[in-house]
Design a binder for this molecule. Structure first.
Ligand code: PLP
Length: 450
């Protein structure tokens, strides 16, 4: 029987992150300022430390991981790679299914991989506090943990509906010492403006970003930290794919297809980009980003310059977008509800180098339950999107007789999401496709560029 867990030693934690920009056929479209001209990197100095700005604009293929960051990584990295023997049997597929499991981190997902790096660089730059937003709470808890590791204060603006639905994520952040406010809040001008227009606003990631950015821009001792979307975040997450490559090699396999769910794109970029390097060098493989039909950024959005937040405080990013005033329906994969997507992932998708697929909510829970019953691990609702597509690939192999090797990223565990599973079991969950008309309506409010 081949190995079930393919493990690496702590000494095999990668020493460098991989920067996909070095292997992209075209340079990334630059972020633009309010005047429609590319912004100078220094303009971001009000909210980010120099080291992170340098990574954001870097074209270097390999960027060293500081020893202090690798030391914290050792608390849970290298994360295991599993061969899903039992799922393969349950499906009766000739395909081989592997999954990288990021749920072993302290916060239970891939997000601490970048949170720790960001906290480190801010600490090095003499920053005392970090402000950030969180949707479902995974990013807020990751940054709370990372702040605690380096002695930084962390303030989190948490999307109001999640604040109310997920009180235990809030307790988790508080355990690691962070302050948490429901957003929109009365703490910032952005929040007050939104509340004046709609006192019962349930909040959105875009709104919470406005609040956190405003606070960071207004205080010298405070910087801003983002959990996905930006180039440096995807860079830090490549540790996942770099480890997975070593582990696949140990298993004597190479994937035909790499699958990951995609919210802001860091989870997908994290596992897929190190494999993209091989694709760029001529190797044949598919890289598939999976999103919900209720927030179909890549599959139904427009590739255009848009704001990263609701109020319009951020630079303009060229990305697939549903419009910066997109109000996400209340689906349970909270981490996949952002209106935009990583500019790097967007550009690669636009150029036809990666694939994207949207899947409906019920089918993702069905897949997650099937996975848990075979493999034991209970996936986060976000991760269920990747599980769904991995299972579909394996079932297609069953039909065709192909013996493909499938690799997906199990981005986190679902222990804080049992209320969503309860709703699934009681038949209260619904499918929802975000209407084309709503996308078209939001597109009218895209910022004018050029
Ligand atoms: C945040 C989150 C995601 C989405 O990650 P992105 O990097 O924004 O695409 C996926 N899975 C889990 C478990 C998450 O917490």
């Amino acid at each position: 029987m081949p190995q079930t867990k393919i493990l690496l030693d702590e000494s095999e934690i990668p020493t460098h992150w991989y920067n996909v920009v070095a292997d992209m056929p075209n340079p990334p479209a630059p972020p633009l300022g309010p005047d429609g001209k590319p912004i100078a990197p220094q303009a971001l100095g009000a909210i980010f430390p120099e080291a992170i700005i340098m990574q954001e604009v870097s074209g270097e293929r390999w960027i060293p991981i500081p020893e202090a960051v690798r030391e914290i990584y050792r608390l849970w990295r290298p994360s295991p790679l599993y061969r899903a023997h039992r799922l393969e049997q349950a499906l009766g597929t000739p395909a081989k299914i592997f999954y990288k499991y990021e749920g072993v981190s302290p916060a239970g997902s891939h997000k601490p991989n970048t949170a720790v790096a960001q906290a480190y660089y801010n600490k090095q730059a003499g920053i005392k506090r970090l402000a950030t937003e969180t949707g479902a709470g995974q990013w807020g808890s990751s940054l709370a943990f990372a702040g605690q590791m380096f002695g930084l204060e962390v303030r989190v603006y948490m999307v109001r509906v999640s604040y109310e639905q997920k009180p235990f994520r809030r307790s988790m952040m508080q355990t690691w010492g962070a302050e948490v406010f429901a957003s929109p809040s009365d703490k910032t001008e952005s929040g007050r403006k939104i509340l004046a227009a709609d006192p019962k606003s349930p909040g959105s990631l875009g709104m919470a970003i406005s609040e956190a950015v405003e606070e960071a821009a207004g205080r010298k001792d405070t910087n801003y930290s983002l959990g996905s979307v930006l180039n440096h975040v995807l860079l830090h997450q490549t540790i996942v794919g770099l480890e997975a490559k070593k582990q696949m090699e140990k298993a004597g396999e190479y994937p035909d297809v790499v699958i990951a769910c995609c919210g802001g794109g860091s989870n997908f970029g994290g596992i897929a980009f190190p494999f993209f390097a091989d694709k760029a060098a001529g190797r044949k493989l598919r890289l598939v980003a999976v999103e919900p039909t209720s927030c179909p950024t890549l599959t139904k959005g427009k590739y255009a310059y848009d704001f990263g937040d609701t109020v319009g405080l951020t630079p303009l990013l060229k990305m697939y977008t549903l419009g910066h005033d997109f109000m996400p329906p209340g689906i349970h994969a909270g981490g996949l509800r952002y209106h935009g997507d990583s500019p790097l992932v967007s550009q690669l998708y636009h150029e036809g180098l990666i694939e994207a697929v949207a899947v409906p909510q019920l089918a993702t829970f069905e897949a997650g339950v099937q996975f848990a019953r075979a493999e034991g691990i209970l996936p986060a609702p976000e991760s269920n999107h990747a599980v769904r597509v991995a299972i579909d690939e394996a079932l297609a192999c069953k039909k065709s007789g192909e013996k493909k090797t499938i690799l997906f990223n199990l981005s986190g565990h679902g222990h804080f999401d049992m209320a969503a599973y309860d709703k699934y079991f009681s038949g209260e969950l619904e499918d929802y496709s975000y209407p084309e008309a709503a996308v078209a309506e939001s597109m009218k409010r895209l910022p004018k560029v050029g």
